[in-house]
Design a protein around this ligand. Structure first.
Ligand code: ASP
Length: 608
């Protein structure tokens, strides 16, 4: 290798280098033989350059196959005018090879190394090291590195310290299931892998490091579904002596810097803000995609005045549920009837509408009603006949125009109506291409409820996590929280980008008494809270400062920046959809000896 070490990378060569003698190291991306000449596209991490090898080198070029690792010595020269390739950054030049050395051979590839690879996901993951050679993967991994670097740079220059927190911690589930690591030294005891560094970053605030960050790996043992990964990375941030505005402003600055530095995209200085309630009402979700409009409209008043019993029953059922809940001292939201206007949707066939209905049902809607708007502004088809007498008001209130389609969901729970129609809005946004894919639309969602009621388990639980503070106005009234947990708003905030939750955070509780009250409302009694979180509440007794923070997800951020729709596309070695790594076959069985050392026994029939 000594004599063949590269003097420059392939992708770095430009026209100004013409005349230079260079040594290049890389992989044969493609080879074409042409009238005694061989044209080799040589690739390395920086790009591809064309190598031209004359007949004198044919003894070696004949051997070359795709992905052979080679060294090339030669002279850079300008390509003849008619041979310039404007598609390639190095397309104005080529290297006239004097010597080619094979550094290593490659077997026949399981798939072509190409951006357009249509290899299935498991095959790509089995040979991930090859997949990572593709231009697309290489670009995204580079973008990820640049994003992490920009975060470090920006936060460090603002006085933040990067502090590592342990990955073996006490099991204190934060919402999801913990991954557990059995202890060899202490039979029957386990470490847990952190779902996030939440408690440790709060303890660092108690310690006086008032600006902390960490690019932290987090682990959550959830069912393998959609785009979830067992492990993911957050840009974890915590600050003392701050309020919500400080955290939001800091995050806006950080995002602005990352986008400017890595993508040369200028973000607005301030991001739009919506309250949780407004986001749910207007977009049917607390992760709204604001790249397009199509807001949900309230259709309930028209139902009240109609004879459409299916919808009227939903409203009545909602009122009944409210009365029952009231009698138990629980406040719930009641029924909802929401409408979504699909511009020019009158062309939708019955089958298309049925498909949308099936989609709404995934989100627990009982059905999807509809009508179309005719040429003269009349309502046609579907449920139109029930609302005909109210045509003028409906047309004006919904702002419909001829050719539109109106979709309606009614439910005894307004959350169901909002969620189902919100999901249809997102689907249509994507299917109908209602937004500019290259746009970055950030929005803050603030004022979330602090608690939500878990109907299955019949108790209140923290909507975000247990350590978030109620908003200040709920702190004065000593009884408000306990008497009506559902009405308490948390000092919580989420950052949403293009309909994807990018970050969550909150101003934290720093008062041990308040922390215990929140535990109690969430059904964690004094003993349990002492056993699980005593170390935190004890720490709060020693002058814990007011503090708050946030944690943007690095995988999602880079995914959106790269215009991808799966975080697997920005993680070097992800697991597949079933939480398995086809490359190294993990998770895998371990030897009995190892299990014995860990004092573990696998239940009979537990193997899958
Ligand atoms: N630890 C939180 C999470 O992982 C983020 C935060 O509140 O800072 O969602």
């Amino acid at each position: 290798m000594e004599n063949y070490k590269r003097t420059i990378t392939c992708g770095a060569l430009r026209k100004v280098d013409a005349g230079r003698t260079v040594t290049l190291n890389g992989w044969v991306h493609r080879k074409r033989d042409h009238g005694g000449l061989s044209f080799i596209n040589l690739r390395d991490r920086d790009g591809v350059i064309q190598i031209v090898a004359g007949a004198g080198l044919s003894a070696i070029t004949v051997e070359l196959r795709n992905e052979y690792c080679i060294a090339v010595q030669g002279t850079v020269r300008v390509r003849p005018e008619n041979m310039v390739n404007p598609e390639m950054p190095t397309g104005e030049i080529e290297v006239d090879a004097e010597k080619i050395v094979i550094l290593n051979r490659s077997e026949v590839l399981p798939f072509q190394i190409d951006e357009e690879t249509n290899a299935n996901e498991d095959l790509r993951l089995k040979y991930r090291y090859l997949d990572l050679r593709s231009d697309g993967m290489a670009r995204r991994i580079r973008l990820r590195s640049e994003t992490a670097f920009a975060s470090r740079e920006w936060l460090t220059t603002r006085g933040f310290l990067e502090i590592e927190t342990p990955t073996f911690i006490k099991s204190t589930p934060e919402g999801a299931r913990d991954y557990l690591v059995p202890s060899r030294l202490y039979a029957g005891k386990f470490y847990a892998l952190p779902q996030s560094p939440q408690l440790y970053k709060q303890l660092l605030m108690v310690s006086g490091f008032d600006k902390y960050f960490q690019i932290a790996r987090c682990y959550r043992d959830e069912d393998a579904r959609g785009d979830r990964q067992p492990e993911f990375t957050q840009i974890d941030i915590e600050m003392s002596f701050v309020n919500r505005e400080d955290v939001l402003t800091l995050t806006e600055g950080l995002m602005g810097y990352i986008f400017r530095k890595t993508l040369n995209v200028q973000l607005p200085e301030k991001f739009t803000r919506l309250t949780w309630k407004e986001a749910r009402e207007r977009f049917g979700t607390d992760k709204p995609d604001l790249r397009f409009g199509m807001e949900l409209k309230n259709f309930a008043p028209f139902v009240e005045k109609s004879d459409f019993s299916a919808f009227k029953d939903a409203l009545a059922e909602g009122r009944h549920a409210q009365r029952v809940a009231d009698s138990k001292g629980i406040r719930i939201a009641g029924a909802g009837v929401k409408a979504l206007v699909v511009p020019k949707g009158a062309t939708f066939s019955r089958k298309q509408i049925e498909e949308l209905e099936a989609h709404a049902k995934i989100y627990k809607a009982k059905g999807l009603a509809w009508f179309k708007v005719g040429a003269n502004g009349s309502m046609e088809g579907g449920v139109s006949k029930f609302f005909a007498p109210q045509t003028a008001e409906i047309v004006s209130e919904l702002g419909v125009t001829p050719g539109d389609l109106v979709l309606i969901v009614a439910d005894a729970k307004c959350a169901v109506a909002n969620t189902a129609l919100g999901a249809i809005r997102s689907k249509l946004g994507k299917d109908l291409g209602l937004y500019d894919k290259g746009k970055f639309e950030f929005v803050w969602i603030v004022d979330f409820p602090l608690f939500e009621f878990n109907e299955e388990e019949n108790h209140w639980e923290a909507a975000h996590h247990l350590f978030s503070s109620p908003k200040e106005e709920f702190l004065d009234d000593k009884e408000k929280m306990e008497n009506d947990p559902g009405a308490v708003l948390g000092d919580l905030y989420d950052l949403v980008l293009n309909g994807c939750e990018l970050a969550s955070g909150s101003i934290r509780i720093h008062d041990p008494v308040l922390q215990k009250r929140v535990f109690a409302i969430a059904g964690i009694n004094a003993d349990e809270s002492e056993q699980k979180f005593g170390f935190l509440t004890n720490a709060f007794k020693y002058g814990a400062p007011p503090h708050g923070g946030i944690a943007p997800g690095l995988d999602r951020l880079v995914m959106l920046m790269a215009g991808e729709s799966s975080i697997k596309e920005v993680i070097a070695f992800p697991k597949n959809t079933f939480a398995v790594s086809p490359m190294d076959d993990c998770p895998s069985r371990v030897e009995q000896k190892h299990l014995d050392e860990l004092h573990l026994e696998i239940k009979k029939n537990a193997h899958m």
